[in-house]
Design a protein around this ligand. Sequence first.
Ligand code: ADP
Ligand code: MG
Length: 543
Amino acid sequence: MNLDKAKQALKRYFGYDQFRPLQAEIIRAIFAGKDALVLMPTGGGKSVCFQIPAVTMPGTCVVVSPLISLMKDQVEGLRANGIQAAFLNSAIDSREQLKVEESFYAGALNLLYVSPEKLVSGNFVSILKRGKINLFAIDEAHCISAWGHDFRPEYTQMGMLKQHFPQVPVIALTATADKLTRKDIVDQLKLEEPGIFIASFDRPNLSLEVRPGQQRLGQIQEFVQKHPKQAGIIYCLSRKTAEDVAAKLAQQGLKAEAYHAGLSPDRRSKIQDNFINDNIHIICATVAFGMGIDKSNVRWVIHYNLPKNLEGYYQEIGRAGRDGAKADTLLFYSFADVSMLRDIIQNGENAAQNEIQLVKLERMQQYAESLACRRRILLAYFSENLSKNCGNCDICRNPPQYIDGTQIAQKALSAVYRVNEQVPMGMLIDVLRGSGRKEIRQLGYDTIKTYGAGRDLSQWDWQQYLMQLVNLGYLEIAYDANSVLRLTAASHEVLFKSRTVQLVKPSSYKERQEEEKAAAKTKPKTLAKQERLRDELFEQLRQ
Ligand code: ADP
Ligand code: MG
């Protein structure tokens, strides 16, 4: 199968002349029978990556998607373009299902969309075995990961596809997966040497801002006044907060509504429609809101509470400014939120997963506390390196005092190099400061060149500098390997190409942290309250 044919299909069925970045490469990999993992922002054009193979290769592409409410629209859209498509989910009666099965057996379907529940149910594999499948597409593949952003238990059984259909390539697609989630997707789906395709996640039109979480309501009112009649979303941790905030704003005469999974499906879809049609300007929502909602002119997103990880945060702010026009985002950060989230996570049942969730929360907190360009931090977290500061975040607009940190960076990076990227941050600091710890002597790290080269700085200072280097993309924490520090492509530029590094003096971090701690007054103590919050925190949009 060649790419000309793919291009013709793109024109014929979708009316587009050109592929977007990565689409052609991905399609080529599928044509070559390879598995693929695709990371592309929402609206980036993931569907085409499996729809073009689906219409050009013999057989049917089976698409697994958790967005049941969107399946019908998607399938109708494809049919309107002259593509043979059908879907199976719990909303389909058995007569209808039989009809769909018949056309699948007859080879008359280009695409068959199925819900994950359907796919893993009873005898579905034997149904699939009666047709000819050219590709499995796992959409919203991050749902496979229990420590990701929107876990769906049915997704974890999907490794069976490779067992039953070893010859059929699998493409996994998502707009939100950090390195751990990516690894989890590849492992669980049993992808074989997949091509990994990561599009740029940079959204320069989104401004980024973090503010201390005091008097949030007043700050929100002021913010909203500066964005009159513009569509915006306020994400809250609990249903109650969402309702309270909506009520407060409504009192001010603003068109605001609360949205969460505790509302009836009817009510939810009515609110969605009203928001999409600009009859409601402000949605105060829990994480239940947003997945699959296609509204291009959301002009701002506020996080009333700290999200539990950067994946969720980036996904949520990414709902603003899809039209490419300027949009503003604001995150309220309070230490109280951190400790509440920490409690909620620690009460979780699976210890290993709690551990990972805590690490992710810590990164979220470091983002909020950081004094380096926020966009660089976010993109570095998803393995993308910005070579300069963005100019469109609160830090860039109001920069702290930078110092030339090149020497500090060189010391740190060469120490990481000399310990063969085998030690976590705490031990690296001991090596740099020449602590004489027994373990370090046993490992022979007291004989390397950089041992003790960082004695002039305190433990605290090193910790803050190293974290800045991580945030700037000069170092990486390998969470899947005991959190050891690793070098990145950018570290080589500092070590060997005399790239300069600007860092912020740690004193300002300390002051800032102390301010935050002082501000943390309230924290829900009772278990019942924590449990309710936990349920809501992990609530999912179920149709
Ligand atoms: P995602 O699933 O990544 O969020 P979609 O697959 O829904 O994104 O695509 C988003 C939009 O981009 C759709 O309207 C789609 O038709 C359009 N699109 C996809 N590929 C191209 C292309 N090569 N040229 C122009 N528009 C495209
Ligand atoms: Mg999609």
